[in-house]
Each structure stands twice: as structure tokens, then as C-alpha cells.
Design a protein around this ligand. Structure first.
Ligand code: ATP
Length: 265
């Protein structure tokens, strides 16, 4: 692994990139995942690389669902596992949600590899990699395969860095879907019930912290009062304001003072 000095101005971003490259070398991440990461980085740059209030609001609503849904499931793909396995462990511990390895570019070999990695890290409530399978309605081919006792029977699914078709299919199947996606323009961001426009590690750290202190009453109230359209509008407005500032000043605005948890970095 390349050594990056903590003093490097882009330490965090470079460390995250290293994690993904390591994941690629271990066969957790596919080449397409590296491209998806680059797209995410670009949006994070525009957002100032902090968790904005609209992201914290969506994260709070997600935690509320994770704590109160009948069958909540955290769906983990190669990128999410490579970037945030320890943070996923914390969130699964704090909420008791089940964790399913579920892949767009699915091979049983890669499912097993990611499953073993999560297991080594100590992620609890992992659905077995050889669980009984079924298909998400409307999604043909291996990208629609899911565990019968996992996503297929879940009422709430948290996913990250996900493809739009799969998100749409889950929403069509009647599930409440929360998606961590830095690009508010993406089909995933646009179709999810709860859109977390935040970086996957930051978002997961924030949610673990929230889950450790949220009461049931607070969770039910957070579910009731949540408005995803307002959150999406606020995310576009944040990008617009930062670009508007830069278009006048010729440089990005000073760091916004948003929330920046380091997690396990
Ligand atoms: P869609 O199919 O939803 O329109 P897409 O074609 O961009 O989007 P993917 O390539 O599967 O679909 O993209 C994954 C999404 O994840 C992208 O929108 C990207 O911005 C986002 N993303 C990448 N890395 C991260 C990250 N670390 N944290 C949060 N979001 C990320």
C-alpha cells in the first residue's frame, strides 16, 4: 500500500482511493467500480468534501428506518465493502440490521470473497453467502439475484454506490430504499425514497453515531417528518452556491465548516 503522509492536503481523499485500489487487487472491486469512484470524487469536490445538513437529515431518516423497520437490510457491494467495511460493522452493530452482499457484476466467487472479507472484519448479522436465492422482480440476469431472507423480504434497504436500475426495481417492489450517492443527478439519487448525498464512509460513520443515541420516539418522528424532495433540492442548491461563488471569485469557497468525521482513516 502506498504510504501517504497525514500532512498531505488531500490525505483523506488519497487514503480512500488507496482503499479502493487495495479492494481491486483483492478481487473485491471490479474495474467499473474504480470508474464509479472517480465520478463520486468529482461530486464530492463540488460539495466541499463534508457532510452537509441535508445529508445529515437523510442519514437521520435512514437510521430511523434501520431502527424501526420490520426487516431492515444493509446491501453491500464491492465498492462499499472495500471502502467502509469497519464502518458497516459499526452501523450493523448499532442497529441490528441484516447485511447482505449483493452485486451488480455478480459472480458467486466475488460474493464469497466480499462475504469473507466482511466476516474477517467482524461485520455482524451477515446473511450467508450461500443463502437461498430469488430474483428481484423486473431485473433479469444475475444482477437481480438476492437472498430470499434478505433483500427479497426486506421492507427497508440501505444501499450505497448503486446502479439506478437496481434501485428503481427495489422501489417498484414496494421497499423503502435509502441510497448513499454523491451524485444527486443519478437515477439512483432520483428514485430512492431517501437520498444521502454524502461520501459512503462519512455517511456510515455519521449513521452509527446517530443510531447509538436515537430513541424509538425520535426515530418515528424522523420517519414522519422526512421530505426527500427538500433534501434533493438542498443538495443541488449547495452545489449551485459553491459554483456560483467560484464563478465570481475564480476559486472555490473556503471550507464550509460542514461535518467531517474521519472514521477509520
Ligand atoms: P445511475 O445508474 O444511478 O444513474 P451511475 O450510472 O452513475 O448512476 P454507477 O456507475 O453504478 O451508476 O454509480 C455509482 C454512483 O455512486 C455514482 O453516482 C457515483 O457518484 C456514486 N459514488 C461513487 N463513489 C462514491 C462514494 N464513495 N460515496 C458515495 N457515492 C459514491
Amino acid at each position: 500500500m502506498t504510504r501517504i503522509p497525514r500532512s498531505h492536503p488531500r490525505y483523506r481523499s488519497l487514503m480512500i482511493r488507496e482503499r479502493l485500489v487495495e479492494g481491486f487487487k483483492r478481487g473485491l472491486v471490479v474495474p467499473e467500480g474504480l470508474i464509479a469512484h472517480g465520478r463520486g470524487e468529482a461530486f464530492d469536490y463540488l460539495l466541499g468534501e463534508v457532510s452537509h445538513p441535508f445529508a445529515l437529515e437523510a442519514e437521520r431518516a435512514t437510521v430511523a428506518w434501520l431502527l424501526t423497520a420490520r426487516r431492515p437490510v444493509i446491501s453491500v457491494n464491492g465498492n462499499y465493502a472495500a471502502l467502509a467495511a469497519r464502518e458497516i460493522r459499526g452501523l450493523a452493530e448499532a442497529t441490528g440490521a441484516m447485511v447482505e452482499v449483493n452485486l451488480f457484476y455478480r459472480t458467486e466467487e466475488r460474493v464469497k470473497r466480499i462475504w469473507r472479507y466482511l466476516d474477517e472484519v467482524g461485520v455482524p448479522n451477515l446473511l450467508p453467502w450461500d443463502c437461498e436465492k430469488t430474483h428481484i422482480p423486473g431485473l433479469e440476469s444475475p444482477r437481480g439475484i438476492t437472498c430470499r431472507d434478505g433483500i427479497a423480504s426486506a421492507d427497508f434497504v440501505l444501499l450505497a454506490i448503486e446502479d439506478g436500475d437496481r434501485t428503481e426495481a427495489l422501489v417498484r417492489a414496494g421497499k423503502v430504499v435509502s441510497a448513499i450517492d454523491l451524485n444527486p443527478f443519478s437515477r439512483t439519487a432520483q428514485t430512492a425514497s431517501i437520498t444521502i448525498v454524502d461520501e459512503a464512509i462519512r455517511a456510515t460513520v455519521n449513521m452509527e453515531r446517530m443510531a447509538r443515541s436515537m430513541t424509538r420516539e425520535e426515530a418515528l418522528e424522523a420517519r414522519r417528518s422526512y421530505d426527500n424532495l427538500e433534501v434533493l433540492k438542498a443538495s443541488f442548491a449547495a452545489i449551485f452556491e459553491r459554483l456560483s461563488h467560484a464563478s465570481k471569485a475564480g476559486r472555490p469557497p473556503a471550507p464550509s465548516g460542514g461535518h467531517e468525521p474521519l472514521g477509520s482513516l
